[in-house]
Ligand binder design. Structure first.
Ligand code: PLP
Length: 390
């Protein structure tokens, strides 16, 4: 009765089983829901109740004033993006699905970074798209391995290459030369660049000069930047994302936008009240993000202090990153990831194993810096005590 593409395994993961077995509350260092982390602004929701949202204005690309508000968001970051380059969606996840529809026939390949956020395989399955990972080299700060990526282009003829910028969970912003090389590869193979910039506002301090702040200015390839309120305004529940089409030549951009308009018109998925409140919501972003930056900095300092307190002979290391909401801690490879997880959970602390993100290196644990400061301080101290025992 059911399609093969929906035949996913729904068995509980090893992590879920460990959590259930232990029972009782845990210090959760995986929190990335801003509405639970006490960082969202509940008063933003009031902007949706304005009577202006009572009439329906179906506009496939999104109502003009909302797209203008997104263009202003980019202008505030020094990027010239016009409302004509923008299409609204309900979320970045939906935007990924639309991109797979736009560029792929069933069975076509899209290259995705490895490691990366584990949502993409489901979105790809739903569109009958095959994902192939291109490796990010940890020793080089998660830089894309260009020779291998070029080889994958030759073997799989992908329709698009995805860049998560900055990476989740790596926190690496793409270098300028790396971005240019990936764009050149995509261009040469007539493929699009799909760039997920949901965390692009979260650099830890000034971004290094060799890092690209955003792809929204375009590259030599057709460049699709995706972001949205979920991370930008700490409001995943408002369900509004956006797509910026840039790069390549005018005719290719116009073709992409016109086809995208038909896809968007088939769903008309973004609610009118949130579109009409968008300027008001985006105006609150600097204040909202200032609180997040303060929390990320405090938790990162707590993590580094706890690692330093473990002593100079401790094998525990934090991997360098440029930004984002996560930190990666490398443990000794004396135990499997599941053994480390079990010990951590037994100590009452929840973290994510690196294998959730297809991290090839064993013994990497991922913690969310978005966690409440008090929970983070207590949780990381307990976790590091366990990890230091070896
Ligand atoms: C890298 C990345 N992309 C996309 C998403 C999904 O964003 P949205 O809520 O806009 O679908 C997430 C959510 O955590 C994410 O981490």
């Amino acid at each position: 009765m059911f399609s093969r593409r929906t035949g996913w395994s729904r068995a509980p993961s090893a992590l879920q089983e460990l959590v259930v077995r232990r029972g009782g509350p845990l210090l959760d260092l995986t929190e990335s829901n801003s509405t639970k982390a006490g960082l969202s602004d509940p008063s933003l929701v009031a902007a949706l109740g304005h009577p202006r949202g009572a009439s329906y204005r179906p506009e496939a690309r999104g109502v003009l004033e909302a797209r203008e508000a997104v263009a202003e968001y980019y202008a505030a970051r020094g990027l010239a993006v016009s409302p004509e380059q923008i299409v609204l969606s309900a979320s970045t996840s939906e935007a990924y699905g639309w991109m797979f529809k736009l560029f792929c026939e069933p069975g076509d390949t899209v290259l995705v970074p490895e490691p990366a956020y584990p949502l993409l395989p489901f979105l790809a399955d739903l569109e009958d798209v095959r994902l192939v990972g291109y490796p990010l080299c940890r020793e080089e700060g998660f830089r894309a391995e260009l020779d291998e990526t070029a080889r994958l282009f030759g073997v799989h003829r992908p329709r698009a290459l995805t860049i998560v910028h900055p990476g989740n969970p790596t926190g690496t912003f793409t270098r300028r030369d790396e971005a240019a090389a990936l764009a050149a590869l995509a261009r040469r193979h007539d493929a699009a660049l799909l760039v997920d910039e949901v965390f692009a506002d979260y650099a830890h301090g000034p971004l290094r000069a060799d890092r690209l702040p955003s792809f929204a200015g375009g590259t030599e390839a057709l460049t699709i930047v995706m972001s949205g309120l979920s991370k930008v305004a700490l409001a995943p529940q408002l369900k509004l994302g956006w797509i910026v089409v840039s790069g390549a030549d005018e005719a290719t951009r116009a073709e992409a936008l016109e086809r995208l308009e038909v896809i968007a018109d088939s769903y008309l998925s973004v609610a009118t009240p949130v579109q009409l409140a968008l300027r008001e919501i985006l105006n609150a972003v600097p204040t909202l993000q200032a609180r997040v930056h303060a929390r990320l900095a405090q938790n990162l300092a707590a993590l580094d202090a706890a690692l330093a307190a473990a002593g100079s002979h401790s094998p525990l290391r934090r991997w360098p990153m440029d930004g984002g909401w996560y930190a990666l801690v490398q443990l000794p490879r004396t135990r499997t990831d599941d053994e480390w997880l079990e010990r951590t959970i037994d100590a009452g602390v929840l973290v994510h194993p690196g294998y959730f993100f297809e991290l090839a290196t064993r013994g990497t644990m991922v913690v969310s810096l978005l966690t409440d400061e008090a929970v983070f301080a207590e949780g990381i101290a307990r976790a590091i005590a366990v990890w230091s025992e070896g």
